[in-house]
Structure formats: structure tokens, C-alpha cells
Design a protein. Structure first.
Length: 790
């Protein structure tokens, strides 16, 4: 199934290729519109201007090429210059850095590649960048054609600045003293390594470790000039838009350990009249110069590039094919089936990077949630992620808030929810697969090397949270719960979190069930009792009259109360009370009505309202954001997806429809919305911002995996439970039908959902009683399901 029907376009671009490609046709959309391209090791972030950077294994600590984050100018990165040898006219194969007038411009951001198509000075060019699907190599394929009818001689020059270490690098003049570059004429390559990696090293002490990789930029063509020094390339006080050396014939190459390290490789390219030429560059990175050279030898050939790119494209198609949804809204289908999942896998799980945030680290709660994107297609990968995070827990149950792969630096905080996501995602895995053997998966603790089963890890997390409970039975908030910015409410370990209470209540029910199924009746009974006590405590102390409080501060003052001028009502404290059945029916109805009244906007559901308009140190840094931005009264997309789930649970089809439209980037007016139309933003400004409706923080947001899950499980309503697949749709009022194909417990389920006179469900032609399809005794095959709902 791919998106059918018309996909939206706007004045800056449009979808193509069934929605899996976005074509930016105007070089000046309101912001850089970026792509993130990566395999599990290397990647690049690249905007429609051509700016961006590359990394290996950790997009912050192991940045290969230098980039200056500057969304207003966006003229920093890796570029290809073209110069007509006859006329001397200079341009670049992407708008940046030269910004020469282009007769044609298209930037195609696809799954696993970005292509720039330009016509300038009667030369047509296509520059395609991608990474191999397995090896640590990035490739640039360049196709050139003469459209003037004359034979042409061009000089083509690839350019980048080496970083080979931590970025952003605040002490550039210090950092560059340790870099070394050298040419390899035989390979038409420039190599780089860094003799100092600015990360803590317990063994060797301060500033005394080498960057563990060697990189090379290589060309498929004979090289007429190679340069390793930035000033020599640009000229004194030069300019990226017109490097001085591109105007000179012969270069004096400067390589070694004493320059300002770049790589520039220039080639002369002859194109016959009306003819075409194809050439390319590779950027390879590996653990040694030999291994890097081997990658260059293997991939710096056009045929190798072609087959690698073909593998990337089919790889993405196949990866996303097993689970598809089709609704009357093709724009939503494209976002949900293709882009949101691509975003979750590439930007969140592999690159851990976007154009607004270069993280590289694993957030304990973040990538666990993201890994749910694998559940319906490759559940083993979700299980691996769970194991990885279990291994970043201490024996007392606490966990790193985040840690860096490569160096294993971690951040231990008083954040109080992180550790519980282990149990949350393991529960999702068990509902999806039915496989309780995950409870035996062994992982060590950070401070106790003997591996322990996952069940033990989860139990230690619960026990730590049980221990961190206020006298009236509400979990403490510490340095923040899901909302990082509530960073000071509970530093004295008195402040409480009602959201965390709702979250914990759901987990207690889930794990009572899991303990029962795994033969731990004692724990099952204990968890049930705790759930009842917690629900009672929340309802005794957390109800503000019209909605649930968000929490209390160390000094006992409430947060999220009608008695407050700002921060009066918080979204998560209502949606999770509904989703986890903490709210009794009358309160669920009341707090949901309050959400609709105070938080629902045309841009989605706000995280809180009204926004804080001045710092409140006792609450935390959330109050320091500009009003209406990010968590401070913006639409925080991650939480806004949970509002859709809650609306579906309340069977408010109208609101489901409105919230889906509100959140869909593809149908926004870009002059108001600014951000990319194909991926989700971390946030959209709320009404307390002068830019209400403006999206930002695209790519690096936990909303991507969640939006997909919420549409599948709550809107189409196909929800795995312990013993069956629940069919419980809540389609927007203007949808008559929807369809989903997905694997589940060894069979393929082809589910048609239809609005009809009377509710009825048929499985393989036979009427189903109730709405739960039980796990088939015999897995395998394909089942046809018809769901009619009133
Ligand atoms: C950021 C954090 C995430 C947190 C969210 C809400 O996205 O990475 O962990 O849940 O903000 O504060």
C-alpha cells in the first residue's frame, strides 16, 4: 500500500514518488528544510541549501566534518563547486555556499538520500548524497550534462572542513593543533586524523586520547589539485562564496600537522557537446588508515555507488512494507507510514541527531520509546534496545538519564521516570509478541557486572520508585519526570508528580498481569494492591476541581491548578489519567472537557496553559523558555500525540480528526508554519508566542514513533493485548473507511474498517463476538478482517 490520491503541495515544494520523496523547488523556504541520512554507524544531516555535516557512531562526540549551526544563514558544510574553465563562472551544486542564480533548482529529500538538481550556466547537474546501508561510508554521485550544445570544460571541486572529534568545538584554535591531514595521490584522496579527542579518559587523563577513527575524502576522477589548508583554499579573509584558489591554475598543497585542516579535491571534467559525465566522491571513516583506504578502494567507483544506492532504496521500501495503513487522507498516510517511521529510525535511533539538535547520546527514556517503532516490523530490534538500556542501570535501580556511546559517559540525575520506561516498553513488546522470554534477557548493571534477567532490572526500577513516594502515597518528582523542564520542583525530594502517578498506575496494572503470567503470583498481588492504593491517593489529593494537578513543589504549593495565574493546567496530567483509567468516569469527562476548553488549539494540544512569562526557579527551567515555545505552553508534539490517543479513548471522533489535522506537517501553510512539511516538529509555538503556529525542532523528536503508534492503535484502533488483537477504531467523522495490513503473532492481518449501519466484525468471513481476535492456535497465513462500526 502506498499513498494514493493527491498529496499536498505548497509554494516551496511538493511530495513525489508516492510520498516517499519531498522535492524542495524554491531555494528559499522559511527555514532550512533538512534530511537526516544514516545507517547504524555513519550519517549526515543536510539541508536543502547543501549545508550540513557527517559523523560516525556519535553525532556529537565523533563528528567527522565541521558545521556551524546557523539556521538563518545556513552556509556551512560540505560542498561541491563547479567552475566553467572558459568563462570563469563559479557556482555550487547546491545553493550554498555560492548562491549563484540557478536556472533550475530542486532538492529531493528521500529515504536514505538527498539529490540536488540544478541547471546553471547551461550545465545540468545532479548531486546525490547517501550512505551505504552497512559500511561506514558516505557517497556523493555527481551527474553532469551539457545543455548548451557546446563541448564544456569544468573544474569541479569537493570541499569540507575536518572536525574529527567533538562538536560544536568551542575552542577551535586549540582543537586544530592536533589534526593531521595527508594526501594519498594514488587513491585521489585526502586523509585526516585527530591526535586529541576532547573527551574524558579515565585511563590516560585529560586531553590525552586520540580520536579513534581515520577519515578520507576521495574522488573517482584524476585530481588536478588537492588542498589541506583552509586559508590557502579560501584566500586571506576569503569567502566560501568565491574561494580564491578556484580562480588560480596551480595550487600549492599544504598538508600535515600545522595547517587549518580541510579537504579540497579538484578535477577537470570534459563534457562533450550535449553529452553527460558521471563522477563521484566518497567520505570513508574507519578505525585505521588501512581500513579507511579499503573502504575507499571498494566504494570509490560509480558502479559500486549505483548498487549501494539501489540497496538503500529497496532497503527502506522493504523495511516499512510489512505494516501499512491506508486512510482517506493521503497526506497523513505518507507521514504515518513513511516519514514518521523513517524519522524515528534514522534521526532518533541511528543518528540521534537533527538539524536543531546534535545529540549523539542515548536518552534512557527517549530511545526506549522510539524503539517501539520496530514492534510491528522487526520486534527483535526493540528487544535489543531494551537490553541496551537495561545495561545502563545501576544495581539500586537508578539509571543514567542519558549516556554517550563510544565513551560511555553518563549523566546521573534525580529524574524520576526514566527507569520506568524499561518496564513500559518491555510491556509493549510482550503485548506485541506474546514472548515472555524477554524477561530472562540478561544484562549487567553499571556497577555490578554479573548479568541479571530483565525481570530483575524492571523490579529494581519499580522498587526504587516505590521507595520514592510521598507520605500521602504520590510518587516524588525529583529533578523532573517525563517533562525535563520541571527540573527543580522536587530537588528536596518532597515535590510530587501526579503525571508520574498516572504513568505508574498503568505500569502497575501491566506488570501485575506480566508477573501473573510469569508465575510470580506474589508480585502480581502486590502490584494490584499498589495500583488500587495509588489510584485512590491520586484521586484524593490530585484533583483540582476541574482537572488533575500536575504536581506539587517541595514547599507543598500545587502546580497546574486553577488557583495559578500561569501554568494552570497541564495536558499530560489529564491525558494519562484517561489513558490509564486513573480517572473515574465523571472525572475523565470533566478533565477531558477542560483539555478541550483550555489546551486544544488549531495547532494541536498545548502542553500547558497559560505559558510561564517569567522564570520561576522553584519550578525549573521550563519557566525560562520564551512563552509559548517548546514545553512552555507550546504544542509539544510528543505529548500532543497522547492527546489524540486520549480523544480516541473518549470516542471523541471529531476531536481526533481535528487533532490529526492540527499535527500534520504536510498540510500546513509554510509561511506561517516554517518547518519541513514531511517530518514532525518537536514543537509548534502556542498562543502565548507572537509566532503561534510556527514549528521547529524538526527530526529530533520522540513524537515520530508515537504518532505512528497512536494512529495504528487508537485511531484505526488495532491494538495488541495480552491474548488478542483489539479492534476499536475511532475514525474522524469524515472518514468512511480505513485499512491496515500488519503482521501479528505469526500471521498477516488485512483489516478493513468501515463506517456502516450496525457494528459487526468478521474474521475470514465468520462473525466475531466482541472486539478481540484471539491469538490463532495455528499461526501463519493471511487473515481477512472486516470491521464495521456505527
Ligand atoms: C525532550 C527530552 C525528553 C523529554 C521531553 C519533554 O524531548 O529529550 O526526554 O521527555 O523533552 O520534556
Amino acid at each position: 500500500m502506498s499513498a494514493s490520491g493527491r498529496l499536498p503541495a505548497n509554494r516551496y515544494g511538493h511530495f513525489s514518488d508516492g510520498g516517499t520523496e519531498y522535492v524542495v523547488t524554491d531555494p528559499r523556504p522559511p527555514r532550512p528544510w533538512a534530511n537526516v541520512i544514516a545507517n547504524e554507524r555513519v550519517g549526515l544531516a543536510i539541508s536543502h541549501t547543501g549545508s550540513g555535516f557527517s559523523w560516525i557512531d556519535n553525532s556529537q562526540l565523533a563528528t567527522v566534518t565541521r558545521w556551524q549551526q546557523d539556521l538563518a544563514i545556513d552556509r556551512s558544510g560540505k560542498f561541491v563547486y563547479a567552475r566553467d574553465s572558459e568563462s570563469g563562472q563559479l557556482w555550487s551544486l547546491s545553493p550554498s555556499p555560492v548562491w549563484a542564480p540557478l536556472d533550475r533548482f530542486a532538492c529531493r529529500h528521500g529515504m536514505g538520500y538527498t539529490s540536488f538538481e540544478t541547471v546553471a550556466h547551461r550545465v545540468a547537474a545532479r548531486w546525490t548524497l547517501f550512505c551505504d546501508s552497512a559500511e561506514s561510508v558516505e557517497m556523493w554521485k555527481i551527474e553532469l550534462a551539457d545543455v548548451s550544445g557546446r563541448a564544456r570544460r569544468l573544474e569541479l571541486c569537493a570541499f569540507l572542513e575536518w572536525c574529527c572529534g567533538v562538536s560544536p568545538a568551542p575552542r577551535r584554535e586549540f582543537g586544530r593543533l592536533f589534526l593531521e591531514t595527508w594526501p594519498d595521490p594514488e587513491r585521489r584522496a585526502v586523509f585526516a586524523r585527530n591526535h586529541m579527542w576532547d573527551v574524558p579518559s579515565p585511563r590516560d587523563g585529560h586531553w590525552n586520547t586520540s580520536f579513534p577513527f581515520v577519515s578520507a575524502l576521495a574522488s573517482t576522477e584524476p585530481v588536478s589539485g588537492a588542498q589541506g589548508d583552509k586559508a590557502a583554499f579560501l584566500g586571506r579573509f576569503g569567502d566560501f562564496a568565491s574561494p580564491e584558489s578556484l580562480r588560480h591554475g596551480a595550487w600549492t598543497p599544504l598538508f600535515g600537522r600545522h595547517e587549518d585542516p580541510i579537504a579540497a579535491l579538484r578535477s577537470t571534467v570534459d563534457i562533450p557537446a550535449g553529452g553527460a559525465r558521471t563522477l563521484g566522491f566518497v567520505l570513508a571513516t574507519a578505525e585505521s588508515a588501512e581500513a579507511t583506504a579499503a573502504l575507499v578502494d571498494r566504494f570509490c567507483r560509480i558502479d559500486a555507488m549505483d548498487s549501494s544506492l539501489a540497496r538503500v532504496k529497496t532497503g527502506w521500501h522493504e523495511r516499512l512494507a510489512a505494516h501499512r495503513m491506508e486512510t482517506p487522507d493521503p497526506a497523513l498516510d505518507t507521514i504515518a507510514n513513511d516519514w514518521a517511521r523513517y524519522q524515528a529510525i534514522v534521526a532518533r535511533l541511528w543518528a540521534r541527531c537533527g538539524y536543531y539538535q546534535q545529540s549523539g547520546a542515548f536518552g534512557f527514556r527517549d530511545q526506549l520509546q522510539d524503539s517501539q517503532v520496530w514492534l510491528t516490523i522487526e520486534p527483535e530490534r526493540c528487544r535489543e534496545q531494551i537490553r541496551l538500556h537495561a545495561g545502563h542501570q545501576f544495581a539500586d535501580g537508578s539509571v543514567y538519564h542519558w549516556w554517550h556511546p563510544l565513551t560511555e559517559q553518563g549523566h546521573l540525575t534525580k529524574m524520576t521516570d526514566d527507569l520506568l520506561w524499561l518496564g513500559f516498553v518491555a510491556g509493549s513488546y510482550i503485548r506485541e509478541t506474546g514472548d515472555l522470554s524477554i524477561l530472562d534477557d540478561a544484562a549487567p548493571f553499571l556497577d555490578e557486572k554479573t548479568p541479571a534477567p530483565l525481570a530483575d532490572h524492571v523490579l529494581r526500577a519499580f522498587r526504587r520508585v516505590f521507595h520514592r513516594t510521598s507520605a500521602r502515597g504520590i510518587p516524588l518528582i525529583g529533578a523532573g519526570d517525563w517533562n525535563d523542564g520541571l527540573s527543580a520542583m522536587g530537588l528536596e525530594e518532597k515535590g510530587e508528580s501526579f503525571w508520574l502517578g498516572h504513568f505508574l498506575a498503568g505500569l502497575l496494572s501491566d506488570w501485575a498481569e506480566i508477573w501473573r503470567r510469569s508465575g510470580r503470583a506474589d508480585l502480581a498481588a502486590d502490584f494490584e494492591e499498589r495500583r488500587a492504593a495509588l489510584t485512590a491517593a491520586i484521586n484524593a489529593h490530585g484533583w483540582d476541581g476541574g482537572w488533575y494537578l500536575r504536581g506539587t513543589l517541595d514547599d507543598g504549593r500545587p502546580l497546574g491548578s486553577s488557583s495559578s495565574r500561569v501554568g494552570r493546567i497541564f495536558l499530560n496530567a489529564q491525558t494519562w489519567a484517561i489513558l490509564n483509567d486513573v480517572a473515574p468516569p465523571d472525572r475523565a469527562a470533566t478533565c477531558f472537557a477542560a483539555v478541550k476548553e483550555h489546551l486544544v488549539t488549531e495547532a494541536g494540544a498545548l502542553l500547558l496553559a497559560p505559558a510561564f512569562d517569567a522564570p520561576v526557579p522553584e519550578i525549573g527551567y521550563i519557566t525560562r523558555y520564551a512563552p509559548g515555545q517548546r514545553e512552555n505552553g507550546g504544542v509539544y508534539t510528543h505529548a500532543a500525540t497522547w492527546a489524540i490517543a486520549a480523544a480516541a479513548k473518549r470516542k471523541d471522533a471529531d476531536l481526533v480528526g481535528r487533532l490529526l489535522d492540527a499535527i500534520n506537517p504536510a498540510i500546513k501553510d509554510p509561511d506561517r508554519y516554517f518547518a519541513e512539511p514531511y517530518v514532525l516538529p518537536g514543537n509548534v509555538d502556542g498562543p502565548d508566542s507572537p509566532h503561534h503556529g510556527r514549528g521547529a525542532w524538526t527530526w529530533y523528536t520522540g513524537s515520530a514513533a508515537w504518532l505512528h503508534r497512536v494512529i495504528a492503535e487508537w485511531v484505526l484502533g488495532v491494538r495488541p493485548e495480552w491474548d488478542g488483537l483489539r479492534l476499536d477504531p475511532c475514525l474522524p467523522p469524515d472518514w468512511r473507511r480505513a485499512r491496515m495490513v500488519r503482521p501479528w503473532r505469526g500471521s498477516v492481518w488485512d483489516i478493513e474498517i468501515e463506517r456502516a449501519g450496525s457494528p459487526r466484525i468478521e474474521v475470514d468471513g465468520r462473525a466475531l463476538e466482541g472486539s478481540l481476535i484471539l491469538v490463532p492456535a495455528q499461526p501463519g497465513g493471511r487473515h481477512r478482517v472486516r470491521v464495521q462500526f456505527a
